[in-house]
Ligand binder design. Sequence first.
Ligand SMILES: Cc1cc2nc3c(=O)[nH]c(=O)nc-3n(C[C@H](O)[C@H](O)[C@H](O)COP(=O)(O)OP(=O)(O)OC[C@H]3O[C@@H](n4cnc5c(N)ncnc54)[C@H](O)[C@@H]3O)c2cc1C
Length: 455
Amino acid sequence: MTRLNSDIVICGAGMAGIAAAYHLAVRHGVKNITLVDERQPLTLTSDKGTAAYRNWWPGPDDTMVRFMNRSIDLLETLAQESDNCFQLNRRGYVFLTAEPYQIPIMKRTATEISALGAGPIREHPGSLPYTPSPSQRFDNLPTGADLLLSPDLIRQQFPFVTEDSVAALHVRRCGWLDPLRLGKWLLDQAQAHGVRLLRAQVTGVSVINNRVQRVQLHTGDQINTNTFVIAAGPYLKRVGAMLGLDLPIFNELHGKIALRDDLGIVPPDAPLMFWNDPVALAWTAAERAQLEAKDETRWLLDAFPAGVHFRPRTDGHTHVLLVIWTYDIKPQEPVWPPQFDRDYPEVLIRGLARMIPGLSAYFGRGREAYVDGGYYCKTAENRPLIGPLPIQGAYIIGALSGYGIMASQAAGELLATHITGGTLPGYASHLRLERYEDAAYQSLMANWDVSSGQL
Ligand SMILES: Cc1cc2nc3c(=O)[nH]c(=O)nc-3n(C[C@H](O)[C@H](O)[C@H](O)COP(=O)(O)OP(=O)(O)OC[C@H]3O[C@@H](n4cnc5c(N)ncnc54)[C@H](O)[C@@H]3O)c2cc1C
């Protein structure tokens, strides 16, 4: 058995653990950090999503807007420092509806989020012209959102969407990036500043007199340390239990498909687009009869909830649509590799065809799509857990749900500030575990929007 010594041990080299290591080592100059992961870095959840970002978050207060604005500020700085090696863009998210009753709801929600600090709302037609987003740049662009209320203007900007669209909300401080390139760049920087990466499973943590003492690895080796950071993604609960803690989190399975758009139905420079209305999938009469006949397929005739969305991904040759639609969000234990319903890709193609009718050309080709995904590790109110735990020297950075890439920089910075000392930002108290002991926070939670910003 080998005994190592480390000032800080971080368990998990997903985006959260790597961002924590980067902020501690590079921004705060902390030496002697060990990042431990049983897998290749970034291969459990952090490479499975659409890696999109937005500063557009509902209340009940401005915590998430301020937290994400800070994270996007940091991502933009990193993009500048790294010659944008991780391809940050700012194409925006476009929310669409074909239901006139949705227009006042869209306006009200936009006004509320704008008031939390996400930027101004511009209505079109209106006093200012609508300016589309560039496909690549991210600097000197508008914030807030543009509300397009003319179907002609919507079709002029997005000719591939359904003709019955009546409103589009183009949210501007949003886009996406390449998470593997970002993570690798951060990890290289951290390692250049002395962070050690160790391939091992953390199997136990010794706590004596309520203080972290040692971390045990599956090899039998041990690391003496007095600071242990849990960054274990969907395994937060399991690692928390090693410290005797029952962390208030759960996991939801979220899948994504990569659909080749060989017919070029959607232009490669499109933004992320989200359909705001419930959808009944399009089937022929013969298909309907077939689905109706079997118990296990009848559900495909039901109405599906709003929320199918996509963003394009292209390497210049292959043009792909990354599509997500989570219509089943029961909490579950993480199982690896995750299993997805065999009909999932076909459902997504048919659902997305409600927004982009040209995609009907791919009906029946769901099996050709590549399916993967992972777990959103979440708290009840869909806010992360970042900060100290009730055991001295133990910290957490996790429960990053479906926003861990976009939030990674503010999360890493916040965790590093907790560990090294320094002035905490105003949102810090609403993201640490202790918030659940605060009566004012509890009463805020009582009136929480159940979706809590989840797309
Ligand atoms: C389908 C999908 C779409 C998404 N879309 C987006 C998006 O558009 N934008 C966005 O910002 N986010 C998105 N996300 C969410 C984002 O991917 C996650 O929030 C983020 O990757 C979480 O990072 P993490 O480091 O906490 O977890 P992970 O990436 O899961 O990393 C945790 C690491 O801990 C390691 N580990 C666990 N236990 C141990 C142990 N005992 N010993 C050693 N190592 C251990 C694991 O091996 C793993 O490498 C999406 C997620 C999914 C599934």
